[in-house]
Design a binder for this molecule. Structure first.
Ligand SMILES: Cc1ncc(COP(=O)(O)O)c(C=O)c1O
Length: 321
């Protein structure tokens, strides 16, 4: 990857003149069968640009109560888009067509916000890497068509879902109006996310990115890493999932652990007994040089990725025995 980065041909992406950025955007748009794509510095930026492009001030966005766009993007829906949220209580972050249909705001009600976006997350970070049944997404899509509301996907870890289900990016491209994918998580790039959508959505997003100061130059060095990752790092995500399942098994035997969430992909969430706080437990793990994050009351999260090998797994078992 680093060799590909050093060899990249670069230019000014603010002017649309960076050949490697253009190649990455074209590659990903083709992969998903979508019209256009925009390379950005982070998944927060691609999500926020999508929300900004789809909504107007006074809108609401329907999403799960644990969505990244709501919990972890600094109130961006309100700050960047002057819009509100309607939060649903999903099954490990997965919301249903039925739940959505119940809360769509009636457009002619002046008392209410106007629903202008529905946003799903797949895989779901707070749900412990859970992923959707595509049939549920199809039912949600139908509602979006019927009510003329765009559908966005926070697909920061979409490829983790795809390697498990055998579904294709193209199937997802047909179901969503915009998709954000991250290159910097399981795919192992130093930086980078892409927003995919129609030419119209991406044109708007490009303008908002510039306004927010997110236009960049010589970004081709980073885009080259993305091209390398897409060519070489998708298939191997399954290895991360296998190691995550082993980690889940290790923690299920620990006396401090009350519950391990089902391990579906590369995220392991454990719920602790009340005998130790999540902060203390993370500190205890850090003293063994095991990195985890506290993830809400009694919850700790572990993530596997391409730098976590079988040797690390063996070492982890040893340190926890
Ligand atoms: C589901 C999800 N969406 C979006 C993001 C944001 O990505 P970034 O950290 O690149 O802003 C994250 C980051 O962890 C995430 O887990």
């Amino acid at each position: 990857m680093t060799e590909a980065m050093w060899e990249a041909e670069v230019g000014d992406d603010v002017l649309g003149d960076d050949p490697t950025v253009n190649a990455l955007q074209e590659k990903v748009a083709r992969l998903f069968g979508m019209e256009d794509a925009l390379f950005c510095a982070s998944g927060t930026l691609t999500n926020q640009l999508a929300i900004r492009a789809h909504t107007q001030p006074g809108s609401d966005v329907i999403c799960d109560k644990n969505s990244h766009i709501y919990l972890y993007e600094g109130g961006g829906i309100m700050l960047n888009s002057l819009s509100s949220v309607k939060l649903l209580d999903g099954n490990r972050g997965r919301i249903t067509a039925e739940q959505i249909a119940e809360v769509i705001s009636p457009e002619d009600d002046i008392h209410s916000t106007v629903t202008r976006l529905i946003s799903l997350e797949n895989t779901m970070n707070k749900g412990g890497g859970s992923y959707y049944d595509i049939n549920e997404i199809k039912s949600i899509r139908q509602i979006c068509w019927d009510r003329k509301i765009p559908l966005h996907l926070d697909g920061a870890r979409l490829f983790n879902a795809l390697v498990e289900t055998g579904e294709t990016p193209r199937q997802y491209g047909q179901l969503f109006d915009s998709i954000s994918i991250c290159l910097s998580k399981g795919l192992g790039c130093p930086v980078g996310s892409l927003l995919l959508g129609s030419r119209q959505v991406i044109t708007k997003a490009r303008r908002f990115r510039k306004v927010m100061g997110g236009g960049w130059r010589q970004a081709g060095f980073l885009a080259a890493a993305g091209i390398y990752a897409l060519d070489n790092h998708i298939g191997r995500l399954k290895e991360d999932h296998m190691r995550a399942r082993v980690i889940g098994g290790i923690f299920s035997d620990k006396p401090e652990v009350q519950e391990v969430y089902p391990v579906d992909t590369n995220i392991v969430i454990i719920r602790l007994q009340n005998t130790i706080s999540e902060v203390e437990y993370v500190q205890k793990l850090a003293s063994l040089d095991i990195k985890a994050v506290s993830f809400g009351k009694n919850l700790v999260r572990f993530v596997t990725h391409l730098d976590f090998t079988d040797d690390h797994l063996t070492e982890l078992k040893k340190r926890l025995s």
